[in-house]
Ligand binder design. Sequence first.
Ligand code: OFO
Length: 162
Amino acid sequence: MLNEKMIEALNKQINEEFYSAYLYLSMSAYFDSINLKGFAHWMMVQYKEEVEHGMKIYRYLQSQGAEVKLFAIKEPPQKWNSPLHAFEETLKHEQHITECINKLVDLAEELKDRATFNFLQWYIDEQVEEEENDREIIEKLKLVGDNTNGLFMIDRILAQRQ
Ligand code: OFO
């Protein structure tokens, strides 16, 4: 049985994950509007992953007999100054999510909640991977700068994301 504090924190994290999904769906629409279909595809895959991150917590709460509570999802931005700007914002957002996960792990430790501590390890690894992916794309975007051919080359690479 989970502690009330942990149930509340996990329900808040579901909201964080669904906001992440909403943010990346908005970015997908933005990239589509500037004809960068590969970028739009990459963000659409990311959107789906974030929904799954939220649903994993949703199912975990249910498996522990705890109540799932869904809160209002805040409105994401709709425009960015450039693809580089969008990815810099993505990395910033993921760093914020990493902090949220770290706080959840701290709480699990404080409460000696071993099941949740164990459950959260997947998210720790996932955050390392997500931040690394964002940093790689940022580096590529910085390398090509204003070069349109370079940008379309990255677009073709991002189109391949499964
Ligand atoms: Fe982007 O990892 Fe969940 O939020």
